[in-house]
Design a protein around this ligand. Structure first.
Ligand SMILES: Cc1cc2nc3c(=O)[nH]c(=O)nc-3n(C[C@H](O)[C@H](O)[C@H](O)COP(=O)(O)O)c2cc1C
Length: 209
């Protein structure tokens, strides 16, 4: 099966947030508006993501809609690290709305949601949720998944439902691949090299044979 056609499906870029004892959240691209009267949305979240566990428990979450102004460090933190291990909101400007954290800066706005149904999708859960509140924060251009890949040169990890493994041509070339985010570096890794996408050091890179 040629999965490359799937790269033609369009998405936006979002941070889904929730709160139990601590603030949690992760990057997603798989948000869809499902209905318009009494509106419902769906988000697709990996069962391994800590954000999934907290949404299942609290039945509430928020979605911050990222804009083209969103700093790529925020995407690295929320998209490649787990709230299990770190406080992703440390040194980030956010507000609590309905006791759920939402990002204050460089987003278009946010949606507050109440969980109404969960569909089991193997590795992922599709959360269907009722929109209970919204706020537009800035008149910025929303970031698309395509913009993230083509302009920011970002990658998606294996936990993303839309992950597609890249094929890399290693003929006559030394090629190193980041184990965390899949970033591909051509040529020897320089001293003090860190991944430009997810920030890990050279020990996380594997030479492609
Ligand atoms: C561009 C991008 C898109 C992503 N899309 C999704 C997604 O739609 N669903 C998902 O479960 N994870 C997605 N991820 C992966 C999660 O953000 C990532 O696994 C995160 O580290 C989980 O954090 P948590 O354990 O704190 O919940 C995406 C990551 C990136 C960088």
């Amino acid at each position: 099966m040629d999965k490359s056609i799937l790269n033609n499906i369009s998405y936006g870029m979002y941070i889904v947030t929730a709160k139990d004892e601590k603030n949690v959240g992760c990057v997603i691209n798989t948000l869809t508006q499902v209905t318009s009267d009494d509106p419902l949305i769906s988000v697709c979240i990996n069962k391994q993501n800590y954000t999934n566990t907290v949404i299942r428990k609290t039945k509430k979450f928020a979605v911050s809609i990222l804009s083209e102004k969103t700093n790529s460090n925020i995407i690295s933190t929320f998209g490649f690290k787990s709230s299990k291990d770190i406080d992703k909101f440390d040194s980030l400007s956010y507000s609590l709305v309905d006791n759920i954290p939402v990002l204050d800066e460089n987003t278009c706005g946010y949606i507050i949601c109440e969980l109404v149904d969960v569909v089991d999708a193997n590795t992922h859960d599709i959360f269907i949720a009722k929109i209970i509140d919204t706020k537009k924060l800035h008149d910025y251009t929303p970031m698309t998944y395509k913009y993230y890949h083509e302009v920011i040169k970002g990658k998606a990890p294996k936990t993303a439902p839309t992950y597609i493994e890249e094929t890399v041509d290693t003929k006559d070339k030394e090629v190193w691949v980041c184990n965390i985010c899949g970033y591909v570096h051509e040529g020897p890794l320089p001293d003090g090299f860190v991944c430009p996408i997810c920030g890990v050091d050279a020990s996380n890179f594997k030479k492609k044979e």
